[in-house]
Design a protein. Structure first.
Lengths: 233, 242
């Protein structure tokens, strides 16, 4: 099969609504969206706290979190693997090679992005708002809800960046998920496998979906920043 | 309203605020009784803004005392002094939401917030701009909103840090008229400015600050007729020449 034939077959897969194909896309989205939701739930307040808190070693924590934004997915996968493997501390839960393990690994990848960007945005915003907020009695952590709400459009960008990273990575989900057909096979792990097996239509089809997804994320990001600009002036 | 309980007089004693070992506010003392508009005037860096912030509790004095008739200027759990800044701090929300946010921070009930918000928007001519994102309003409108937002909190004392220094003459006049009206209603106003014309137009009392020290504390009329201290004379003269 040459490239153009593969391409045509790939389009056919996407439009045909093949159940196995849809299952892979569905699992990918479920895992990544869950990881992003958990990371946002933890990372937004934690990032804001890091922005406002003053404690010894704060600078080191900020550097560490910023550095973790570049954590290689395979290393994140390895860490979660060690935790969940039969001899690991969480081994008895029996979570290795399940979608739950994949969510955990991707959360680990997204969390530093959300914390680091939230910290930076909140700190800048707080610099601008601090005196007014203190004047009306919102000092310390009581300022956090205001800051997160007013930074919502910029923070949406942070979360979408996390989504982009998680949806594109293959290393972490491969290690802790195991790429089991119909159970833990995601778009990226399937592409890696199918390409090496020579099933180019499936790999290409999934690749096209991934690219469309990335486009959609960027469109939403752009939209969020435009809407944000209307309020931010 | 339980305005019978006053946070005034405010007594400031030997106020010192130092940064990097250098006293920026150096032994300032004065008493602020109820009513009137007191102007803090002096050159840049004389400590006007710092003094306001120390009084309002945004900064902690290095030494000295800021003493309200009611502890911290709080009566019945409600802070009764507010502040308006040189560059108005506008949240990234509509004018109305800016107002509601401050009222919510004061712990008011939803219905009370709505009532006071509508009242303040109306009074300061902002009703037509209520849904406009605050940061897209003009400088004059923003400062008007900042004053309305502070007013809605029903302060007995309003601190203003050069509220018109970034505004055009028209907007400045509007703000000045509002301040005169507030004073007329019995609100006590303390304003920092380096605009001599404005001080002449508005002040009942002048605190002249120079290099962190209180150079002169006088009623406005005699101060502008002829300041007692050579520094104040030089400041006024310099201003006239300029």
């Amino acid at each position: 099969m040459d490239i153009s034939q593969s391409f045509a077959a790939a389009i056919g897969l996407i439009l045909g609504g093949d159940p196995a194909f849809l299952a892979i896309v569905g699992l990918s989205l479920t895992v990544t969206l869950s990881a992003v939701a958990i990371a946002a739930l933890i990372g937004l307040p934690l990032g804001a706290l890091l922005a406002l808190a003053r404690f010894p070693g704060r600078g080191a924590v900020i550097v560490l979190v910023n550095a973790l934004m570049g954590l290689p997915p395979v290393v994140a996968g390895l860490l979660v693997f060690l935790l969940l493997s039969r001899s690991g501390p969480l081994g008895p839960l029996g979570l290795l090679f399940t979608p739950t393990a994949m969510v955990a690994a991707q959360t680990l990848l997204v969390l530093p992005i959300v914390i680091a960007i939230t910290r930076q945005l909140t700190e800048d915003l707080h610099g601008e708002y601090r005196e007014h907020l203190a004047s009306i009695g919102l000092t310390g952590i009581s300022a956090i809800p205001t800051l997160l709400w007013d930074g919502r459009f910029a923070l949406a960008t942070a979360i979408l960046a996390g989504f982009g990273r998680a949806s594109a990575e293959v290393g972490a989900v491969l290690i802790v998920g195991g790429n089991i057909a119909g159970y833990t096979r995601t778009m990226t792990t399937a592409i890696a496998l199918e390409t090496s097996k020579g099933d180019l239509p499936l790999a290409l089809g999934l690749g096209i979906v991934l690219i469309l997804l990335t486009l959609a994320i960027n469109a939403v990001t752009y939209g969020a920043s435009r809407v944000g600009a209307r309020f931010a002036g | 309203m339980r305005d019978t309980l006053s946070v005034l007089p405010l007594t400031v004693t030997d106020l010192v605020f130092a940064a990097g070992g250098r006293p920026l506010v150096d032994g300032i003392g004065f008493t602020l009784p109820k009513g009137g508009l007191t102007v803090l005037i002096g050159p840049n860096g004389s400590g006007k803004s710092l003094t306001l912030r120390l009084c309002h509790g945004l900064l902690t004095p290095t030494s000295g005392v800021v003493s309200w008739a009611a502890a911290d200027g709080v009566v019945g759990g409600v802070k009764r002094h507010a502040m308006v800044f040189q560059k108005p701090v506008m949240l990234r929300r509509s004018a109305r939401a800016n107002m509601l946010h401050a009222l919510a921070a004061f712990g008011l009930s939803r219905s009370e917030r709505a009532t006071r918000c509508a009242e303040a928007l109306e009074r300061f001519g902002l009703a037509g701009l209520a849904e406009r994102p605050a940061r897209l309003m003009s400088g004059g409108e923003q400062q008007r909103l900042a004053i309305a937002r502070a007013w809605a909190l029903r302060p007995q004392v309003l601190f203003l840090d050069e509220p018109t220094s970034q505004l055009d003459p028209g907007a400045t006049r509007q703000i000045e008229e509002m301040l005169m009206a507030l004073r007329g209603e019995g609100m006590t106003l303390v304003m920092a400015t380096h605009d001599m014309g404005q001080a002449r137009r508005l002040a009942d009392r002048v605190l002249f600050l120079n290099r962190g020290r209180l150079g002169e504390d006088a009623a406005a009329a005699p101060f502008f007729a002829g300041p007692a201290s050579p520094e104040a004379r030089a400041f006024i003269a310099g201003d006239l020449v300029w």
